[in-house]
Design a binder for this molecule. Structure first.
Ligand SMILES: NC(=O)c1ccc[n+]([C@@H]2O[C@H](COP(=O)([O-])OP(=O)(O)OC[C@H]3O[C@@H](n4cnc5c(N)ncnc54)[C@H](O)[C@@H]3O)[C@@H](O)[C@H]2O)c1
Length: 301
Protein backbone atom coordinates (compact mmCIF):
# COMPACT_ATOMS: atom_id res chain seq x y z
CA UNK A 1 0.00 0.00 0.00
CA UNK A 2 1.24 3.52 -0.68
CA UNK A 3 -0.02 6.82 0.60
CA UNK A 4 0.84 9.86 2.71
CA UNK A 5 2.14 7.67 5.55
CA UNK A 6 4.28 5.41 3.40
CA UNK A 7 7.21 4.08 5.42
CA UNK A 8 5.94 5.44 8.73
CA UNK A 9 5.30 3.42 11.87
CA UNK A 10 2.22 4.51 13.80
CA UNK A 11 1.02 3.52 17.28
CA UNK A 12 -2.68 3.98 18.05
CA UNK A 13 -3.89 3.40 21.62
CA UNK A 14 -7.38 2.02 22.24
CA UNK A 15 -7.51 0.99 18.58
CA UNK A 16 -9.56 -2.17 19.01
CA UNK A 17 -12.85 -0.35 18.59
CA UNK A 18 -14.55 2.88 17.63
CA UNK A 19 -12.42 5.85 16.64
CA UNK A 20 -9.06 4.18 17.34
CA UNK A 21 -9.94 1.24 15.08
CA UNK A 22 -10.96 3.65 12.30
CA UNK A 23 -7.68 5.59 12.73
CA UNK A 24 -5.59 2.38 12.62
CA UNK A 25 -7.28 1.18 9.41
CA UNK A 26 -6.95 4.64 7.82
CA UNK A 27 -3.22 4.88 8.66
CA UNK A 28 -2.66 1.40 7.19
CA UNK A 29 -4.57 2.40 4.04
CA UNK A 30 -2.11 5.31 3.68
CA UNK A 31 0.91 3.01 3.83
CA UNK A 32 1.77 3.04 7.55
CA UNK A 33 2.76 -0.01 9.56
CA UNK A 34 0.50 0.14 12.61
CA UNK A 35 0.83 -1.02 16.20
CA UNK A 36 -2.76 -1.56 17.31
CA UNK A 37 -3.01 -1.18 21.09
CA UNK A 38 -6.08 -2.10 23.10
CA UNK A 39 -6.41 -3.50 26.59
CA UNK A 40 -9.93 -4.67 25.79
CA UNK A 41 -12.02 -3.18 28.57
CA UNK A 42 -15.74 -2.56 28.99
CA UNK A 43 -17.35 0.83 28.51
CA UNK A 44 -16.54 1.79 32.14
CA UNK A 45 -12.99 0.41 32.14
CA UNK A 46 -13.79 -2.95 33.75
CA UNK A 47 -12.09 -6.07 32.31
CA UNK A 48 -13.54 -7.56 29.14
CA UNK A 49 -12.52 -10.95 27.70
CA UNK A 50 -12.36 -9.64 24.10
CA UNK A 51 -9.04 -9.09 22.33
CA UNK A 52 -10.12 -6.37 19.94
CA UNK A 53 -6.53 -5.29 19.10
CA UNK A 54 -5.78 -8.68 17.55
CA UNK A 55 -8.93 -8.53 15.40
CA UNK A 56 -8.04 -5.07 14.04
CA UNK A 57 -4.44 -6.10 13.31
CA UNK A 58 -5.81 -9.14 11.42
CA UNK A 59 -8.20 -6.87 9.50
CA UNK A 60 -5.28 -4.65 8.42
CA UNK A 61 -3.19 -7.65 7.35
CA UNK A 62 -6.14 -9.14 5.44
CA UNK A 63 -6.34 -5.88 3.47
CA UNK A 64 -2.63 -6.18 2.55
CA UNK A 65 -1.19 -3.91 5.26
CA UNK A 66 1.24 -4.50 8.12
CA UNK A 67 0.09 -4.42 11.73
CA UNK A 68 0.95 -5.71 15.16
CA UNK A 69 -1.43 -6.12 18.10
CA UNK A 70 -0.47 -4.92 21.58
CA UNK A 71 -2.73 -5.69 24.54
CA UNK A 72 -1.11 -3.58 27.28
CA UNK A 73 -2.60 -0.95 29.60
CA UNK A 74 -1.33 2.44 28.40
CA UNK A 75 -2.00 4.03 31.77
CA UNK A 76 0.88 2.05 33.32
CA UNK A 77 4.53 2.83 32.72
CA UNK A 78 5.20 -0.84 31.82
CA UNK A 79 2.32 -0.86 29.31
CA UNK A 80 3.39 2.42 27.70
CA UNK A 81 7.07 1.41 27.59
CA UNK A 82 6.28 -1.99 26.06
CA UNK A 83 4.06 -0.31 23.45
CA UNK A 84 6.89 1.93 22.24
CA UNK A 85 9.30 -1.01 22.46
CA UNK A 86 6.96 -3.16 20.34
CA UNK A 87 7.12 -0.60 17.52
CA UNK A 88 10.91 -0.30 17.73
CA UNK A 89 11.62 -4.04 18.06
CA UNK A 90 9.19 -5.11 15.32
CA UNK A 91 9.52 -2.29 12.79
CA UNK A 92 12.76 -0.55 13.85
CA UNK A 93 11.21 2.90 14.12
CA UNK A 94 8.38 5.00 15.51
CA UNK A 95 7.00 8.05 13.70
CA UNK A 96 3.53 8.77 15.06
CA UNK A 97 1.70 8.22 18.34
CA UNK A 98 -2.08 8.60 18.45
CA UNK A 99 -3.32 8.76 22.06
CA UNK A 100 -6.95 7.70 21.90
CA UNK A 101 -7.74 5.04 24.57
CA UNK A 102 -10.27 5.92 27.21
CA UNK A 103 -13.60 5.26 28.89
CA UNK A 104 -16.36 7.05 30.77
CA UNK A 105 -17.74 6.98 34.33
CA UNK A 106 -20.51 9.60 33.99
CA UNK A 107 -22.20 10.89 37.16
CA UNK A 108 -23.45 14.24 38.41
CA UNK A 109 -20.73 15.78 40.58
CA UNK A 110 -22.62 15.27 43.85
CA UNK A 111 -22.84 11.52 43.11
CA UNK A 112 -19.37 11.04 41.62
CA UNK A 113 -17.42 8.41 43.60
CA UNK A 114 -13.73 9.02 44.22
CA UNK A 115 -12.91 5.85 42.28
CA UNK A 116 -14.85 7.12 39.25
CA UNK A 117 -12.84 10.35 39.40
CA UNK A 118 -9.52 8.50 39.71
CA UNK A 119 -10.25 5.92 37.00
CA UNK A 120 -11.16 8.55 34.40
CA UNK A 121 -8.18 10.78 35.28
CA UNK A 122 -5.93 7.76 35.11
CA UNK A 123 -6.98 6.40 31.72
CA UNK A 124 -7.19 9.76 29.91
CA UNK A 125 -4.52 11.94 31.55
CA UNK A 126 -1.95 9.38 32.62
CA UNK A 127 -2.90 7.29 29.58
CA UNK A 128 -1.85 10.22 27.38
CA UNK A 129 1.21 11.28 29.40
CA UNK A 130 2.97 7.90 29.69
CA UNK A 131 2.96 6.86 25.99
CA UNK A 132 3.88 10.45 25.08
CA UNK A 133 6.81 10.42 27.51
CA UNK A 134 8.16 7.04 26.34
CA UNK A 135 7.83 8.01 22.67
CA UNK A 136 9.42 11.43 23.32
CA UNK A 137 12.38 9.81 25.10
CA UNK A 138 13.01 7.74 21.96
CA UNK A 139 12.77 10.80 19.69
CA UNK A 140 15.14 12.76 21.95
CA UNK A 141 17.68 9.91 21.64
CA UNK A 142 17.26 9.97 17.84
CA UNK A 143 17.79 13.75 17.74
CA UNK A 144 20.90 13.50 19.91
CA UNK A 145 22.27 10.86 17.52
CA UNK A 146 21.85 13.33 14.64
CA UNK A 147 18.66 11.75 13.27
CA UNK A 148 16.02 14.40 14.05
CA UNK A 149 12.68 12.72 13.23
CA UNK A 150 9.52 14.04 11.59
CA UNK A 151 7.55 12.77 14.57
CA UNK A 152 3.89 13.40 15.32
CA UNK A 153 1.61 13.00 18.33
CA UNK A 154 -2.16 13.31 18.01
CA UNK A 155 -3.99 13.53 21.34
CA UNK A 156 -7.71 13.04 21.88
CA UNK A 157 -9.61 15.70 23.78
CA UNK A 158 -13.37 16.22 23.55
CA UNK A 159 -15.97 18.95 23.27
CA UNK A 160 -16.62 18.06 26.93
CA UNK A 161 -13.08 19.21 27.74
CA UNK A 162 -13.34 22.40 25.68
CA UNK A 163 -16.82 23.57 26.70
CA UNK A 164 -17.79 21.35 29.67
CA UNK A 165 -20.52 18.69 29.75
CA UNK A 166 -23.17 18.14 32.43
CA UNK A 167 -22.76 14.74 34.12
CA UNK A 168 -19.15 14.46 32.95
CA UNK A 169 -17.17 16.49 35.52
CA UNK A 170 -14.37 13.90 35.70
CA UNK A 171 -14.21 13.38 31.93
CA UNK A 172 -14.41 17.14 31.14
CA UNK A 173 -11.57 17.88 33.58
CA UNK A 174 -9.41 15.09 32.12
CA UNK A 175 -10.09 16.13 28.52
CA UNK A 176 -9.35 19.81 29.33
CA UNK A 177 -6.11 18.60 30.93
CA UNK A 178 -5.21 16.88 27.66
CA UNK A 179 -5.39 20.26 25.91
CA UNK A 180 -2.92 21.70 28.46
CA UNK A 181 -0.66 18.69 28.00
CA UNK A 182 -0.80 19.14 24.22
CA UNK A 183 0.26 22.79 24.44
CA UNK A 184 3.20 22.04 26.73
CA UNK A 185 4.29 18.98 24.74
CA UNK A 186 4.21 20.98 21.48
CA UNK A 187 6.44 23.64 23.04
CA UNK A 188 8.85 21.24 24.78
CA UNK A 189 9.23 18.61 22.04
CA UNK A 190 9.65 20.85 18.98
CA UNK A 191 13.42 20.66 19.47
CA UNK A 192 13.23 16.86 18.98
CA UNK A 193 11.30 17.12 15.71
CA UNK A 194 7.94 16.31 17.33
CA UNK A 195 4.66 18.05 16.48
CA UNK A 196 1.81 17.63 18.97
CA UNK A 197 -1.84 18.42 18.21
CA UNK A 198 -5.20 17.38 19.64
CA UNK A 199 -8.59 16.54 18.20
CA UNK A 200 -12.04 16.82 19.74
CA UNK A 201 -13.97 14.18 17.76
CA UNK A 202 -17.62 13.23 17.62
CA UNK A 203 -18.76 9.91 16.19
CA UNK A 204 -21.07 6.99 16.80
CA UNK A 205 -19.19 4.44 18.93
CA UNK A 206 -20.20 2.30 21.89
CA UNK A 207 -19.17 5.30 24.04
CA UNK A 208 -21.76 7.60 22.50
CA UNK A 209 -24.46 5.35 21.09
CA UNK A 210 -26.65 5.65 24.20
CA UNK A 211 -26.09 9.38 24.79
CA UNK A 212 -26.89 10.35 21.21
CA UNK A 213 -29.19 7.54 20.16
CA UNK A 214 -31.72 9.89 18.54
CA UNK A 215 -29.20 11.92 16.51
CA UNK A 216 -26.76 9.19 15.64
CA UNK A 217 -28.70 6.65 13.64
CA UNK A 218 -26.88 5.47 10.53
CA UNK A 219 -28.67 6.59 7.38
CA UNK A 220 -29.97 3.88 5.09
CA UNK A 221 -28.16 5.54 2.18
CA UNK A 222 -25.84 8.46 1.52
CA UNK A 223 -23.25 10.01 3.83
CA UNK A 224 -23.14 8.55 7.34
CA UNK A 225 -22.12 11.74 9.18
CA UNK A 226 -21.56 9.98 12.53
CA UNK A 227 -19.27 7.20 11.26
CA UNK A 228 -15.93 7.18 13.16
CA UNK A 229 -14.17 6.83 9.77
CA UNK A 230 -15.02 10.51 9.07
CA UNK A 231 -12.69 11.68 11.86
CA UNK A 232 -9.69 9.60 10.79
CA UNK A 233 -8.53 11.49 7.65
CA UNK A 234 -7.59 14.56 9.73
CA UNK A 235 -5.80 12.34 12.26
CA UNK A 236 -3.87 10.61 9.47
CA UNK A 237 -2.84 13.97 8.00
CA UNK A 238 -1.77 15.28 11.42
CA UNK A 239 0.20 12.05 11.88
CA UNK A 240 1.97 12.36 8.52
CA UNK A 241 4.92 14.44 7.30
CA UNK A 242 2.42 16.45 5.24
CA UNK A 243 1.33 18.38 8.35
CA UNK A 244 4.77 20.03 8.74
CA UNK A 245 4.53 23.29 10.69
CA UNK A 246 1.24 22.49 12.44
CA UNK A 247 1.67 22.03 16.19
CA UNK A 248 -0.02 22.95 19.46
CA UNK A 249 -3.45 23.19 17.80
CA UNK A 250 -6.86 21.70 18.62
CA UNK A 251 -9.31 20.65 15.90
CA UNK A 252 -12.91 19.56 16.20
CA UNK A 253 -13.77 16.84 13.70
CA UNK A 254 -17.23 15.43 13.09
CA UNK A 255 -18.86 14.13 9.91
CA UNK A 256 -17.64 16.29 7.04
CA UNK A 257 -16.70 19.22 9.30
CA UNK A 258 -13.23 20.28 10.53
CA UNK A 259 -13.01 23.28 12.89
CA UNK A 260 -9.93 24.94 14.37
CA UNK A 261 -10.80 25.54 18.01
CA UNK A 262 -9.59 28.88 19.32
CA UNK A 263 -8.75 28.80 23.01
CA UNK A 264 -8.32 31.12 25.94
CA UNK A 265 -6.89 34.52 25.13
CA UNK A 266 -7.04 37.83 27.02
CA UNK A 267 -10.37 39.62 26.61
CA UNK A 268 -11.40 43.00 28.06
CA UNK A 269 -8.84 44.15 30.68
CA UNK A 270 -8.58 46.92 33.27
CA UNK A 271 -5.29 47.79 34.99
CA UNK A 272 -5.16 50.60 37.53
CA UNK A 273 -1.55 49.81 38.59
CA UNK A 274 -2.69 49.67 42.21
CA UNK A 275 -4.66 47.25 44.43
CA UNK A 276 -8.48 47.24 44.06
CA UNK A 277 -10.88 47.01 46.99
CA UNK A 278 -13.26 44.02 46.65
CA UNK A 279 -16.13 46.36 45.79
CA UNK A 280 -14.06 48.12 43.11
CA UNK A 281 -12.81 44.77 41.75
CA UNK A 282 -16.42 43.58 41.49
CA UNK A 283 -17.60 46.73 39.78
CA UNK A 284 -14.71 46.50 37.29
CA UNK A 285 -15.30 42.77 36.69
CA UNK A 286 -18.98 43.45 35.88
CA UNK A 287 -18.05 46.24 33.48
CA UNK A 288 -15.48 44.02 31.71
CA UNK A 289 -17.99 41.13 31.50
CA UNK A 290 -20.37 43.50 29.73
CA UNK A 291 -17.70 44.04 27.06
CA UNK A 292 -16.68 40.37 26.80
CA UNK A 293 -18.02 37.66 24.48
CA UNK A 294 -20.63 35.34 26.01
CA UNK A 295 -19.11 31.86 26.49
CA UNK A 296 -20.50 28.96 24.44
CA UNK A 297 -23.00 26.92 26.52
CA UNK A 298 -21.91 23.84 28.46
CA UNK A 299 -23.16 20.64 26.75
CA UNK A 300 -26.36 19.46 28.39
CA UNK A 301 -26.91 22.65 30.43
N1 LIG B 1 -17.13 8.87 20.26
C1 LIG B 1 -17.17 10.18 20.43
O1 LIG B 1 -18.09 10.89 19.95
C2 LIG B 1 -16.07 10.87 21.21
C3 LIG B 1 -16.23 12.24 21.48
C4 LIG B 1 -15.21 12.91 22.14
C5 LIG B 1 -14.07 12.21 22.52
N2 LIG B 1 -13.96 10.87 22.29
C6 LIG B 1 -12.74 10.19 22.71
O2 LIG B 1 -12.25 9.38 21.65
C7 LIG B 1 -11.53 8.27 22.20
C8 LIG B 1 -12.05 6.97 21.61
O3 LIG B 1 -13.39 6.79 22.03
P1 LIG B 1 -14.45 5.83 21.31
O4 LIG B 1 -15.70 6.61 21.22
O5 LIG B 1 -13.85 5.23 20.08
O6 LIG B 1 -14.63 4.72 22.47
P2 LIG B 1 -14.56 3.12 22.45
O7 LIG B 1 -15.04 2.68 23.78
O8 LIG B 1 -15.24 2.59 21.23
O9 LIG B 1 -12.99 2.81 22.29
C9 LIG B 1 -12.06 3.06 23.30
C10 LIG B 1 -11.10 1.89 23.37
O10 LIG B 1 -10.08 2.17 24.37
C11 LIG B 1 -9.74 0.94 24.98
N3 LIG B 1 -9.10 1.19 26.28
C12 LIG B 1 -9.70 1.69 27.41
N4 LIG B 1 -8.80 1.77 28.40
C13 LIG B 1 -7.61 1.34 27.90
C14 LIG B 1 -6.30 1.21 28.44
N5 LIG B 1 -6.04 1.54 29.73
N6 LIG B 1 -5.30 0.77 27.64
C15 LIG B 1 -5.55 0.44 26.34
N7 LIG B 1 -6.78 0.53 25.78
C16 LIG B 1 -7.80 0.97 26.55
C17 LIG B 1 -11.07 0.20 25.11
O11 LIG B 1 -10.88 -1.21 25.29
C18 LIG B 1 -11.76 0.57 23.79
O12 LIG B 1 -11.57 -0.42 22.80
C19 LIG B 1 -11.66 8.38 23.71
O13 LIG B 1 -10.53 9.04 24.26
C20 LIG B 1 -12.90 9.24 23.88
O14 LIG B 1 -12.93 9.89 25.12
C21 LIG B 1 -14.95 10.19 21.65
Amino acid sequence: MTGICDGRVVVVTGAGRGLGRAHALAFAAEGARVVVNDLGVGLDGTPDPDSPARLVAEEIRAAGGEALAHGGDIATSDGAASLVRAALETYGRLDTLVNNAGFLRDRMLVNLAEDDWDAVMRVHLKGHFLPLQHAAAHWRTETKAGRTPQARIVNTSSGAGLLGSVGQGNYSAAKAGIVGLTLVAAAELARYGVQVNAIAPAARTRMTERAFADTMAAPSDGFDAMAPENVSPLVVWLGSEASAGVTGRVFEAEGGRITVMEGWRPGPTADRSARWTPAEAGETARKLLGEAETPAPVYGA
